[in-house]
Design a protein around this ligand. Structure first.
Ligand code: AGP
Length: 609
C-alpha cells in the first residue's frame, strides 16, 4: 500500500515529510515524491527506487517550505517510473495530489477529460484526481475537492495542496486509511501511525467519507456536502515497532487480518455483479484468443502452487478449459508439450521466484501465450509475461504467505469467470450469481476473523504435537496442502496435506491419538465422502480438528474440535477454509516461541534455483 505524509506549520515541512516517509518504508514501495508550496509556486521532486534517491534529488535543489505532502508508491496502475510516481499535478501546476487506493472509474473519467483536451503525463489512475480538482477549482480548494469526490468511484486516501492557498492541506478518506496528527501550531497527515509518532500521539482516524481541511492551527472535518463532522481525538500509546504492525504482534497476524480489505481491493474495479461483468484491464486476450487455447498449464511454487491447484477446478468447471498444474522446478525438466495454442499461467507473489521465472521463459521460447498473476508491479514476471493480472494485496512482509494466497485465488476466480462467460460455458445469470458470491467474500472473511480467538483455543490443545495430517477433497484438497505448509514453515512441526480419499492407501497407518487430523469438511458435493474419511480416522484413535460450514448442525458429532466458517458456494470455499488454517499455524508457532515473520532457513522470495 502507498504511504502518504503531509505537514503544515512553522518547521521545515520537507524534513518532517521525508522523515515520515522513511518510517513507512517497511510497507514496501517502488518510487517516491514530495511537493511543497514556496513563494507562491509548487515545487515537486520525484524519484524511482529508494527514498535516498529522492533525498539526493531534493538536496540539489535545497527545498524548504512550511507546507508539504509526500508519497511512497506501491504501483497498482502503471509501472514504477518517475512519471508515474506521486505527487501528480494538474496541467497548470497549481494543484498537486498524493493518492493511495484504486479509482475504479478512472478510465471513463480520463477519456472524458481527454475529450476536453486535457493531456496526461502518467499511466496512473491517480492523475485524474488532480485534473478534476483543477476543473472544479473556483478559488476554494475544499469545495473543489468535495465536487471532485462526487465524481469518483473507488478507494482513496488523498492529500491535496494548492499554490494559491498555501495555508492549508485538504485530505480525504474512502476505504483507505488516513490519519490526521494534531500538534501545537502545526498539523500532520499520514496513511499510517509510525510516520507521526515522533511529532504527536494525538491523532484523528478519518472515517469513510471524511474530508479534512488542515491549517497550522485548525482542523475542520466535513463530508462532500460540507456537513461538519466531529471526530474523536485518540492518544496513541504504541512505540514505532508496534505501530508498523498496527498493534498486531507479528506481520503475519496483521496480514491475515488485512485479507477482507486485500480481497476486496483485488476485486475492486474489476467485478460488477449487478451487470454480470468482469473487467480485467491488463489481460488483453480476445474471445477468439481464449477459444483458440487448447490447454492451460499453471506453474508456480509453494503457496502459489496451491492457489494454482484451486484454480484448476475453476478453469475446468467454469471455463471448460483443460488445465494442468505443475510445480515450477518440475515443469522445466519434464519436457512438457508446449506450442502456440497453450496458455501458461505463472503465479508468483514476488514475481521473482527463479524456478517459476525459468518456466515462464521456457514457455515463451516455445511460443506459448503467457500470463503472470503477481502482487508486485514491475517484477520480472509481470514484465516478461505477455499478460499480467495483479493481486492488489500490498506488500506481504511475512515470509509465510497468507493474503497473497487469497488474493491469488480471488484473481484466478475472476479470470475463470470472465473466460467462462466469453466462451459461453457459463450463462450471464450464473456469472451474476458467482460474482455476487465473490463480492460477499470479504465480509464473510471479516466475520470469521472476529472469532479468531476460537482458533487460538484449539491451537493451545495441540501446540505440543509433533505430527499433523491435513485432509481435504476436491477444491479443498489444495487448502489441506496449504494448511500443512503454513504449519511446517513457521512452527517446524511435521505436517502433511493429503487428499482425504488417499488415506486408506497408506497414511491411515500413521494415525493415532498423538497425530491430530485437520479435516476440511465444508458443505460440498464431496461432503459425505470426507465425513466417511473422518470417521475412518476417528475409528483409529485420530483426534479430529474439523473445519465445517456454519450451517452444519451435525459437525460436533464428527470433530473433537470444530471451527466453523461462513457458508458459501463450494467453489468459493477455499478462500474461507484457509483462514482458520493460517491462524492455527500462527498461534501454534507463537506458543512454540518461533520467529513467525522470519522462519529459519526461509526467504520471502527464492530467487535461486
Ligand atoms: C509460502 O508461505 C512460502 N513463503 C513459499 O512457499 C512461497 O509461496 C513460494 O516461495 C513462492 O513464492 P512466490 O509466490 O513469490 O513465487
Amino acid at each position: 500500500m502507498c504511504g502518504i505524509v503531509g505537514y503544515i506549520g512553522e518547521k521545515n515541512a520537507v524534513d518532517i515529510v521525508l522523515d515520515g516517509l522513511k518510517k513507512l518504508e517497511y510497507r514496501g514501495y517502488d518510487s517516491s515524491g514530495i511537493a511543497v508550496v514556496k513563494d507562491g509556486q509548487l515545487q515537486i521532486r520525484r524519484s524511482v527506487g529508494k527514498l535516498k534517491n529522492l533525498e539526493e534529488n531534493i538536496e540539489k535543489k535545497h527545498l524548504k517550505a512550511n507546507i508539504s505532502i509526500g508519497h511512497t508508491r506501491w504501483a497498482t496502475h502503471g509501472k514504477p517510473s518517475e512519471e508515474n510516481a506521486h505527487p501528480h499535478t494538474d496541467p497548470t501546476k497549481s494543484i498537486v495530489i498524493v493518492h493511495n487506493g484504486i479509482i475504479e472509474n478512472y478510465a471513463e473519467l480520463k477519456s472524458g477529460l481527454e475529450k476536453e483536451g486535457k493531456e496526461f503525463k502518467s499511466e496512473t489512475d491517480s492523475e485524474v484526481i488532480a485534473h478534476l480538482i483543477k476543473k472544479h477549482y473556483k478559488n476554494n480548494l475544499l469545495f473543489a475537492v468535495q465536487e471532485t469526490l462526487k465524481e469518483i468511484k473507488g478507494s482513496y486516501a488523498l492529500g491535496v495542496i494548492c499554490k494559491d492557498e498555501p495555508d492549508k492541506i485538504i485530505c480525504a478518506r474512502q476505504d483507505a486509511p488516513l490519519i490526521v496528527g494534531i500538534g501545537e501550531g502545526e498539523n500532520f497527515l499520514a496513511s499510517d501511525i509510525p510516520a507521526l509518532l515522533s511529532y504527536t500521539r494525538d491523532m484523528i482516524f478519518l472515517e469513510n467519507g471524511d474530508i479534512a481541511e488542515l491549517t497550522a492551527n485548525k482542523i475542520t472535518i466535513t463530508d462532500i456536502e460540507n456537513n461538519v463532522k466531529k471526530r474523536e481525538v485518540k492518544n496513541i500509546k504504541w512505540d514505532c515497532v508496534q505501530a508498523e504492525k498496527e498493534g498486531y504482534k507479528h506481520f503475519m497476524l496483521k496480514e491475515i487480518h488485512e485479507q477482507p480489505r486485500t480481497i476486496e481491493d483485488t476485486f475492486r474495479g474489476r467485478i460488477y455483479p449487478d451487470e454480470g461483468r468482469v473487467y480485467l484491464e491488463e489481460v488483453k486476450l480476445s474471445k477468439e484468443d481464449i477459444k483458440n487455447i487448447s490447454n492451460v498449464y499453471i506453474v508456480a511454487c509453494g503457496t502459489s502452487y496451491h492457489s494454482g491447484l484451486v484454480s484448476k477446478f475453476l478453469f475446468e468447471n467454469f471455463a471448460k478449459m483443460h488445465t494442468e498444474v505443475d510445480i515450477a522446478s518440475e515443469f522445466r525438466y519434464r519436457e512438457p508439450i508446449l506450442n502456440d495454442r497453450i496458455l501458461v499461467i505463472v503465479i508468483s507473489q514476488s514475481g521473482e521466484t527463479a524456478d517459476t521465472l525459468a518456466a515462464l521463459r521456457l514457455a515463451k521460447s516455445k511460443g506459448c501465450i503467457t500470463l503472470a498473476v503477481c502482487n508486485i508491479v514491475g517484477s520480472s514476471m509481470s514484465r516478461e509475461a505477455d499478460h499480467v493480472l495483479y493481486t492488489h494485496c500490498g506488500p506481504e512482509i511475512c515470509v509465510a504467505s497468507t493474503k497473497a494466497f487469497t488474493g491469488q485465488i480471488a484473481a484466478l476466480y475472476m479470470l475463470a469467470l470472465d473466460w467462462a462467460c466469453r466462451k459461453e460455458s457459463l450463462s450471464k445469470e450464473e456469472l451474476k450469481k458467482y460474482l455476487k458470491e465473490l463480492w460477499e467474500v470479504p465480509v464473510k472473511v471479516g466475520n470469521f476473523l472476529k472469532q479468531a480467538e476460537s482458533v487460538h483455543e484449539v491451537a493451545k490443545k495441540f501446540a505440543h504435537k509433533r505430527d499433523f495430517l491435513y485432509l481435504g477433497r476436491n477444491v479443498n484438497y489444495p487448502v489441506a496442502l496449504e494448511g500443512a505448509l503454513k504449519l511446517k514453515e513457521i512452527s517446524y512441526i511435521h505436517a502433511e496435506g493429503y487428499a482425504a480419499g488417499e488415506m486408506k492407501h497408506g497414511p491411515i497407518a500413521l494415525i493415532d491419538d498423538d497425530m491430530p487430523v485437520v479435516a476440511i469438511a465444508v458443505k460440498s458435493r464431496v461432503y459425505k465422502k470426507i465425513i466417511s474419511n473422518i470417521e475412518e480416522a476417528k475409528a483409529r484413535g485420530g483426534t479430529i480438528i474439523l473445519i465445517a460450514s456454519e450451517s452444519d448442525k451435525t459437525a460436533l458429532d464428527k470433530g473433537d474440535n470444530v471451527i466453523y466458517v461462513p457458508d458459501c458456494d463450494e467453489f468459493i470455499s477455499p478462500i474461507l477454509s484457509v483462514i482458520p488454517l493460517q491462524l492455527l499455524s500462527y498461534y501454534v508457532a507463537v506458543m512454540l516461541g518461533c520467529d513467525v515473520d522470519q522462519p529459519r532457513n526461509l526467504a520471502k522470495s527464492v530467487t535461486v534455483e
